[in-house]
Design a protein around this ligand. Sequence first.
Ligand code: NAD
Length: 360
Amino acid sequence: MLTKVTLIMGDGIGPEIAEAARRCIDATGAAIEWDIQQAGVDVMETAGTPLPEATLESIRKNGIALKAPITTPLGTGFRSVNVHLRQVFELYACIRPCKSYKGVRSLYDNIDLVIVRENTEDLYAGIEFEKGTHETLELIDWLNAHGKRKIGPNTGISIKPISVEGTERIVKFAFDYARRMGRSKVTSVHKANIMKHTDGLWLEVSRQMAQRYPDIEFEDRIVDNMCMQLVQKPELYDVLVMPNLYGDILSDLCAGLVGGLGVAPGANIGKKGAIFEATHGSAPKYKGQNKVNPAALILSGVLMLRHLGMENQADALENAVAAVIEEGKYVTYDMKPDRNDLTAAGTREMADAIIARINK
Ligand code: NAD
């Protein structure tokens, strides 16, 4: 039986890389039926919204989507489609694997780690109080009456909620993921020495959860030390679980360690669905030029195939991407030593080379 997957074409470079990813996934023989849907600035004019109801309905029905990047519209009154999807489908876990592929120019050649980022709480929860407003001044009065430190009136405030339930859910996800993927260690990242009631809670819940998984090694790291360790000895790390803000920053740090956005896939997973997408954005300046690298979205497709239990197809696709990158001939401009190299492949041609490898 075919598994229905929503394919969101996105905008900017989205449609080109979505098409490349679809063709590569189909070449593996994966039993997938695509339900092609639109979102982003291109559809906004006709649909009156960057996220049409039909697209939401399709994800609701299928529970799984491969999504090309979408430009965040500025000054239109519409909120970010990415944030909207995260909230509607309660996508509480953001997964960012960072893996060294031979042929990618990077400082290291032995990294294979996965960042599991909590996606709903922390300083990104959107609980913010603007300097000088009535509510903020009221809040400051309350804090000055109840807290140890005094806050001046010319202060903006962002709140950092970290709950037991939110932490349990994401740390459990990290351990289950480690078990399912045959990984051996989970590292919980925090700043519990300073923020005792938020990161301290995070660490305590992490430790309790670890006791339920005696087969998986557990350790914790303070986030600043974690950054240094990742730069000095990234090969020591396996699955890293962390709150939202640290996850945002360390995901990019780790993408940089393995060679940048071109090879950084991702997944957002929750109770009501799973959406797979590249880390990079819609790069509007390259729209329609058949120029950009499709590998990050194709590797997001690999994560999706594994999520669907289609391991053989996932292996075939990942090996083909790795082989094409290692050979270095049919790769896009960003993977060439000289970015102006005229022999660089286009998006379509790189996908063709990956498909040829799968069929070999
Ligand atoms: P971007 O990732 O689009 O581009 C950053 C740089 O990387 C640019 O120089 C770009 O040309 C290059 N780049 C990106 N993807 C590439 C690829 N596949 N191959 C080769 N080069 C590539 O980031 P930005 O310019 O900050 O954002 C553009 C838009 O995308 C913004 O509106 C932003 O909000 C949005 N965005 C969307 C998502 C998403 O849909 N998940 C993620 C990030 C940013």
